[in-house]
Design a protein around this ligand. Sequence first.
Ligand code: GLY
Length: 381
Amino acid sequence: MIAIIGGGICGLGIGWRLAQAGEDVTVYDRGVAGMEATWAAAGMLAPQAEAEHGEEALLPLALESRAMWKEFAAELLAVTGIDVDYREEGTMVVGLDRDDVEHLEHRFSYFQSLGLDVQWLSGYEARKREPHLARAVGGAVYSALDHQVDNRKVAEALRSAFVDAGGTLKENVEIIGVATAAGRVSAIETADGSIETDTVVLAAGAWSRKLGGLPETSRPPVRPLKGQMVAVQMEPQYPLIESVIWGPGNGVVPSIYLAPKSNGRLIIGATVEEMGFDIDLTAGGVMELLKLAWDMLPGIYDLPLVESWAGLRPASRDDAPILGPTPTPGLILATGHHRNGILLAPLTAKAISDFVRQGEVGSSIKPFLLDRFEKAVTANV
Ligand code: GLY
């Protein structure tokens, strides 16, 4: 039996691929599958608009996974009947005042230097595409290839696809630790006893570092990074926007984004906060979100506020995921996806299930092995 610890989008995705291949696989979740970071996310698939200086190594992985998404969504629809709302209107990053627009021009040059397929829009052109944007919008970068899904529907679909393919889902079961014998994985430990297994995939998001029994050399350096979000409800027939829109941030919100879903739900996110496992909402966080969103899209003012929540991104030391084998044979990592868990899910599912079955690390994930942190330390000595 292959044990996957964590029933988020990555754990379920890997489990689905393994179950499809006829493997005996069980996904364990400490609560209800898909209800942590997967549920809290906004569903953006935007490696271009979100490309950051210093994260160039991540870009090929993100682009490869983005290219897999449309088919992944179609396959989920075909096997489960659940439409995950894959939307192709694209993503726009807007600048409001002169400073923002100049900053955005620099980002546009950076995007171009990476060879990304992006387009510069004047304020007028941006409003032509999205007429409800504020008059203050003075320029924008448009990325037609950065799409989105409804992450909560993806979780529902994956759960059903996994079980239908023959996988076993055990919810409300906390895996306390991993046991080893002669240095390799031999079992997982629950409050009710041990379960024998020689293969464990650790996909427990922000909780991955907490698993007991791991040798220090195999413990992924992952920490929680809090994100507060809110949602307002648009009329589905008369949405204020159809593309994902990013804009300038402030304080705990480094940049603001609006992700409209086809059912009219408009997600507004997100704070980025080092607060451990705290998921309390704060007046300041919610105020910044609403104020920044209103600056870009004044029409949200009269919309019903339907939800507010916070989630925990699993952030690694270099903000890139940690994928593949560890020094402990039988222990495989699929964690640390930071702000990109939804985007990277199809590739993670394929690469990790391939590794489990064939024992070979695919070329896409080679730069994202756990040992890169050790190499970085050695290189600094
Ligand atoms: N990927 C969106 C966020 O981390 O807020």
